[in-house]
Design a protein around this ligand. Sequence first.
Ligand code: DX5
Ligand code: ZN
Length: 216
Amino acid sequence: MVKVAPSILSADFCQLGEDIHAVSSADWLHVDVMDGMFVPNISIGVPVVQSIRKHTDMFLDTHLMVEKPGRYVGAFAKAGADLLTVHLEADMPPAIHAALDEMDGLGVKKGIALRPITAAEAVIPYLEKGLDLILVMTVEPGFGGQAFMADQLPKLAAIRGYIEKYCPSCHLEVDGGINAQTARQCVEAGADVLVAGSAVYGAEDIPGAIAALRGA
Ligand code: DX5
Ligand code: ZN
C-alpha cells in the first residue's frame, strides 16, 4: 500500500495548524528542515516541530537538509519527530553512521536521503545495518514546485532491488515534483512513500489530490 506524505513546505505558515488539519487523510506529514548551507533555502527548525507535535498525531517524517545533521538528532527526536532522514552528502560516512546509531538509541526511526547526483550503490553500507527509509530526491533539494527529474527512475528501481535483498522492511520514498502522473512512474519503479507539496496544497480538492496520489 502506497503512503502519501504531504510536504508542509507548500503550506501557509501563518495557518499551519489548519493546513495540517487539511491533509489529515494522508498517511504521514513531511517536514522539510533547511539550514541555508546544505541547501540555499532556510525553512523551519526544532521549535516548529515541537509545536506541530502538540497539534497532531500524524507520523512526522522529518527531512533534514542540513550540514552535519548529527548535531540535531537529539533535538528533533525530543521535539517529537517520528522519523529523521539525513542526507548522505551532508557529512562523512562515519558521522552519518553515528547519527543513525543515535536515532536507534533514541527510539526514532531512521532514514537516509540521496541528492540526484548520488548513485544508488551509496545506500548499500547503510542498508546492511537496517534502515526504515531511503529517500530519493527527484529534484535538487531546497525548493518546492520544481520539475520532476525522470532520470532518477532507474536509480529508484536499483535501490528497490537492494532493499529487497538487504532490508525488505525499508520504505522507499520519493520527493520532488510528485503529482498523480509522476507518482505512477515512481510506484512502478518501486517507491512506496510519495512526498508531495505543490500537488497537494495547490489542489482545489486536497483530500481528492491525496487519494489520487495514493491510487497512482
Ligand atoms: C524540496 C523538499 C520537498 C518539497 C517538495 O527540497 O524536500 O519536500 O517540499 O515540493 P514539491 O512536491 O512541490 O516538489
Ligand atoms: Zn522533503
